[in-house]
Design a protein around this ligand. Structure first.
Ligand SMILES: Nc1ncnc2c1ncn2[C@@H]1O[C@H](COP(=O)(O)OP(=O)(O)OP(=O)(O)O)[C@@H](O)[C@H]1O
Ligand SMILES: [Mg+2]
Length: 387
């Protein structure tokens, strides 16, 4: 179905006359057609999110998965634009007790973790900010602190015209609304988030993401913030009880199609095509995350049994194993810290895990000696390698 989703205004930027796109407010008009294909995709996306929630909640400690899955999302969302830290880079950096400031690439990943934590805390606090333009600005500020986009007004909506793709505005893939239209566009997006109840929540999350990208309210970081918004809405609207869906993996795998779908909404009003694409992504990432959660759980159970059967088994050894899910890189000082025991006890626990092939010493020359729970990382790291 062809539909009009906005209008163009002529504007001048960087010395060129261009046509900037001003999107109509959500919801799409005429209303989105939820045909059989979309309905099926919606059903399976909802089902997979439900399964993921169950899988995460049957383990003794959901934080196991939150730790790893949030970091996977953090790494991949920072990679989309071509930055290149890996999951191992992040996890091994986090293991260091004498941490220096991370390099620029890694700092971006850390910023994502910081921004997500900040926004979730606000939303969880009855006196905190709701999902709102203010929350988006505050979250953006954390996302962009001290990284490449730092000069581009972190935490502030843009006051100048920008463009996407292309070296100059004249050959841009897309010119978002002029700055004087931003307030109107953003206010109606905020209203839609709070009042729109025309469509299933999961479908609305997809629409909100696109609308945010199309408005492109910041000079940089719109992609990262728009993806983070998906995570926040999933949780806020109770489709998932913790941020376990690493949706950026799907966008990374289907990058060209993702951009094309965004463009077709502007050009042809194809909200249906986008919705199907988005729901299929949620379903497939939900399914993958559930499988990964189960595999991680099985691995931990297998290793627990190994330890229980070991001749020199110890309580601190078993406790250390529990800690590995959220500290897959381990040093002696870290073990002392997480176990709250003496050095000799922690040393024994580390040796027990190493003797049973659970922990492996990374680089025998390096000090402090660092051990890694490699099998755990291998399960988690799929799709997080450099592109
Ligand atoms: N043709 C398009 N129409 C609308 N939005 C687009 C289009 N092409 C890309 N985008 C959006 O713009 C985002 C990039 O914007 P920006 O550079 O501000 O964000 P970023 O976080 O720095 O980058 P990235 O998303 O690449 O990591 C893309 O992720 C995508 O969501
Ligand atoms: Mg950018």
């Amino acid at each position: 179905m062809k539909r009009k989703t906005g209008h163009y205004v002529v504007t001048t930027t960087a010395g060129e006359t261009v046509k900037a796109f001003v999107p109509d407010s959500l919801p799409p008009k005429p209303s989105l057609k939820l045909d059989a294909k979309i309905s099926d995709a919606l059903d399976s996306a909802t089902l997979e999110l439900g399964r993921l929630d169950v899988a995460a909640n049957i383990v003794p400690n959901t934080d196991w998965f939150i730790y790893g899955f949030v970091r996977k999302e953090a790494v991949v969302t920072s990679q989309i634009e071509g930055y290149e830290p890996t999951l191992s880079d992040l996890l091994s950096w986090e293991a260091k007790s004498d941490r220096q400031e991370p390099g620029l690439d890694l700092k971006e990943v850390c910023n994502y973790l910081d921004a997500l934590e900040y926004a979730r805390a606000e939303l969880a606090n009855p006196r905190g900010l709701p999902i709102s333009l203010r929350l988006l600005k505050q979250t953006h500020k954390r996302l962009m602190q001290g990284v490449r986009g730092a000069a581009k007004q972190p935490g502030h909506f843009r006051t100048s015209q920008n463009w996407i793709g292309g070296a100059r505005p004249g050959n841009a893939a897309f010119v978002p609304p002029p700055p004087d239209k931003l307030t109107d566009c953003l206010d109606s997006l905020e209203k839609y988030i709070h009042k729109g109840n025309d469509l299933p929540k999961l479908v609305r999350i997809g629409l909100v993401h696109v609308q945010f990208e199309t408005i492109h309210p910041f000079l940089d970081g719109n992609g990262r913030l728009g993806r983070l918004l998906i995570a926040l809405l999933l949780e806020q609207w109770r489709l998932l009880s913790s941020p376990l869906l690493y949706i950026s993996v799907y966008f990374k795998r289907n990058r060209e199609e993702y951009y094309d779908r965004l463009a077709s909404i502007r050009k042809d009003g194809d909200w249906e095509g986008w919705t199907l694409f988005f729901l299929e992504g949620v379903a497939s990432m939900g399914r993958e995350a559930t499988v990964t959660a189960e595999e991680l759980f099985k691995l931990l159970e297998r290793d627990r049994l190994t330890l229980l059967g070991a001749t020199n088994s110890s309580v601190s050894g078993l406790r250390l194993l529990d800690q590995l899910a959220s500290h897959p890189y381990m040093t002696l000082s870290r073990a002392v810290q997480v176990l709250g025991t003496s050095k000799p006890t922690a040393t024994k626990a580390m040796s027990l895990l190493a003797e049973n092939g659970i922990l492996r010493e990374m680089d025998t020359e390096k000090r402090p000696r660092t051990f890694v729970y490699q099998e755990y990382i291998d399960l988690l790291k799929e799709d997080t390698e450099r592109i």
